[in-house]
Design a binder for this molecule. Structure first.
Ligand SMILES: Cc1cc2nc3c(=O)[nH]c(=O)nc-3n(C[C@H](O)[C@H](O)[C@H](O)COP(=O)(O)O)c2cc1C
Length: 244
């Protein structure tokens, strides 16, 4: 299911016959109906207890070519109802979902992840920069716990320019978390220039169970092993050593 029944230009990871992760094609999705009885019947009420589920925060995934991003992106949303066409319409579902989750808990417990530029999982929004600013501004008015900015240069995409970061900061005065190819130097620079409020780490956290300490003390980092990223056994999950 997607915003529209346009072919999914990407592959996904599944478990192969040998039990190892392997890449597979995805079929063309069907378009989400305004009311989709097949999906909605089993949906639990979004209540406070479910929203919390024992966590401190919940992050809504509006990035990386997943469902909310498929609605936001001009290349994957070909709808002609109030969820398609204009940027305001394409962003509607993401904001409605945010409002629903905030309503079920509270704004300071809800963050939203976006990836305005670059290509993720077959989605490349030609109007991504503008969409990112619009969503950042709209979310800023709701004062969520954070806006999580996924930057694509870790996966071969373009780097965010400082100009664009400044526009995002203007649009969103609340907390901005940056993610993608961060090391101590990149995080420190952007933090000191006020362009982000926190940095998130992916691969270096996978490879370094003691990453905060290593960053704090300037210790060298273990190199991540991409072959074990997506499954298999405990290798690459629990056997990276902490610094002596
Ligand atoms: C093994 C692996 C799995 C990931 N899975 C997801 C995912 O399911 N959803 C998602 O939004 N991002 C996913 N990411 C992207 C990370 O959230 C993050 O944006 C990315 O790793 C860039 O940060 P880094 O340069 O610090 O690794 C994944 C990254 C890695 C390395």
């Amino acid at each position: 299911m997607s915003a529209s029944a346009s072919p999914y230009r990407n592959r996904t990871t599944i478990r192969g016959e040998d039990g190892r992760p392997t890449r597979a094609n995805c079929p063309t999705p069907r378009a989400r109906a305004r009311r989709d009885p097949a999906r909605d019947r089993g949906l639990p009420a979004c209540d406070r207890q479910r929203a919390q589920a024992g966590f401190d925060l919940v992050e809504i995934h509006g990035a990386h070519g997943y469902l909310l991003h498929q609605f936001l992106a001009a290349d994957s949303n070909l709808r002609d109802d109030v969820y398609g066409g204009s940027l305001e319409n394409r962003a509607r579902l993401m904001l409605e979902v945010t409002d629903a989750v905030v309503g079920a808990w509270s704004a300071d417990r809800v963050g939203v992840r976006i990836s305005p530029i670059g290509s993720f999982n077959g989605t490349t929004d030609p109007a991504g920069e503008e969409a990112g600013l619009y969503v950042a501004r709209e979310l800023g008015q709701r004062n969520p716990a954070f806006l999580h900015l996924s930057e694509p240069d870790w996966a071969g995409g373009p780097e965010l320019t400082d100009d664009y970061r400044r526009s995002l900061r203007e649009a969103h005065p609340g907390v901005i978390v940056g993610a993608g190819n961060y090391d101590a130097a990149k995080a420190s620079r952007l933090l000191s220039e006020g362009l982000i409020d926190a940095a998130a780490f992916g691969r270096s956290f996978i490879a370094n169970p003691d990453l905060p300490r290593r960053l704090e003390e300037g210790l060298p980092l273990n190199a991540p092993v991409p072959d074990t990223f997506y499954g298999g056994d405990h290798s690459g999950y629990t056997d990276y050593p902490a610094h002596a």
